[in-house]
Design a protein around this ligand. Structure first.
Ligand code: TRH
Length: 388
């Protein structure tokens, strides 16, 4: 199919993941479809302003060749706005009815880009048609996932470049973002989470063989650490806190690209939601994942589905590595086995995570290779559009 224009609809519900995913996919689509007009329609701008410092509080703006408009702009200019050959509805968000009415007569493809899931059933739904009353417009489900038969995960070239750069420039990047901090001979990790109790992590690391440096990212992580650290005997130096063999730093919120530079140079990453989680895996380093909680613990099905996909994608490892992987996947489950995000202590035990750090690192490298080779969402989407 020859494409001249793409519109992407994004409804930010909370946090940074909805816009994080849409921003990433838009950047990569622009690299592939260079001369195609790409517009992104957003319900609000605050979260976007946080992850991209160039975003302004205006209803229409162009950044790096991408056009961002607010829903308000679309509503006010619905007659002149027109439609696009392809339009993407991110996470089943509501698309303005007037727009759909017009698209049914002028657009060709309507893609419902769903949430990422490791569940098996998504493979049968992926690329299936959803019936609508139009002779010219087709609507399909696009199901991101962790297997070859699914829609894959978003891998963009900017991220891959930063990953490569980070592998060679650890000191330089750490000095750029955290000047005058001593990272020498320390195991360095980032923590990005929702509200939770980090007591178990702190107790393991305070007497761990190596000194550690934890870079604390995002407001909810900050709250979680200050909640627990106020009950401990710590040494405080402004944004830096020391507890036993751990140094912690309350970091400023960075742009998405800066965040990627930092996670690319450290030794491990605690991630959350969807977008940072995928970056954590793709880096091929030990990661933890704080999943976005769902009612009646429905998120536990997603965690288990993910751990099953992970396990089956790295089957050819030694028996010793298999044991470590079982422990690691169980830790991921225990870390998320909760009804609400609270400061209540969990049952997760990180002792073996750090004792087997090198083995986990090896397994994560293998898994990241699998996803990079077999599960590239943008490449899959491009192929689908080309053949359409
Ligand atoms: O922020 P998240 O929790 O986002 C979401 C949303 O809550 C969403 O509603 C839900 O559906 C989804 O999770 C599952 O986590 P996520 O997905 O990791 O998005 C965070 C984004 O913020 C990611 O693109 C990285 C970026 N980021 C920065 O730009 N700067 C930073 O300093 C940090 C820590 C993150």
């Amino acid at each position: 199919m020859k494409v001249n224009s793409i519109d992407i609809f994004c409804e930010i519900i909370d946090n940074f993941g909805d816009i994080g995913v849409v921003y990433r996919v838009s950047k990569e689509l622009k690299k592939i479809f260079q001369n195609v007009r790409i517009r992104i329609v957003l319900n609000r701008l605050d979260e976007f302003k946080a992850i991209n410092k160039r975003v302004k509080d205006v209803d229409y703006q162009e950044i790096d060749g991408l056009i961002y408009v607010t829903e308000k702009y679309l509503e006010e200019n619905i007659d002149s706005f027109g439609t696009a050959d392809i339009f993407i509805e991110a996470f089943g968000c509501n698309v303005f009815e007037e727009y759909i009415k017009k698209a049914k007569e002028s657009s060709k493809l309507w893609i419902n880009l769903e949430y990422l899931s490791g569940e098996k059933w998504i493979e049968d739904f992926h690329l299936q048609e959803s019936l609508i009353d139009s002779k010219t417009l087709k609507k399909i489900f696009y199901m991101p996932g962790f297997s070859e038969k699914s829609g894959g995960v978003i891998i963009d070239s900017g991220f891959l470049e930063r990953k490569e750069y980070g592998a060679e420039n650890r000191e330089k990047v750490l000095e750029k973002y955290f000047p005058n901090c001593d990272f020498n001979n320390k195991l360095v990790g980032t923590i990005f989470s929702y509200e939770r109790n980090f007591e178990n992590l702190l107790e393991v690391l305070k007497d761990y063989d190596k000194e550690t440096f934890l870079i604390l990212m995002g407001e909810k992580t900050h709250k979680s650490f200050s909640e627990i650290l106020q009950k401990k005997l710590t040494e405080n130096f402004g944004k830096i806190v020391k507890y036993g063999k751990i140094t912690m730093m309350y970091a400023d919120f960075l742009s998405q690209e800066e965040y990627e530079e930092v996670i690319s140079v450290v030794d491990f990453n605690f991630t959350r939601g969807e977008d940072s989680f995928v970056r954590g895996i793709l880096l091929g380093k030990p990661f933890m994942w704080h999943i976005y909680l769902q009612e009646e613990k429905a998120h536990m099905d997603k965690i288990r589905a993910f751990t099953e996909r992970f396990k089956e994608s790295v089957e050819d490892i030694s028996d010793e590595d298999k044991k470590v992987l079982d422990y690691y996947l169980n830790l991921l489950e225990e870390y998320n086995d909760r009804d609400t995000n609270s400061f209540e202590k969990g049952k997760e035990d990180f002792k073996e995570f750090f004792e087997n750090f090198d083995r986990i690192d090896f397994i994560c490298k293998k898994y990241s290779k699998f996803l990079l080779e077999k599960c590239n969402l943008v490449k899959k989407l491009y192929k689908y559009i080309q053949e359409y």
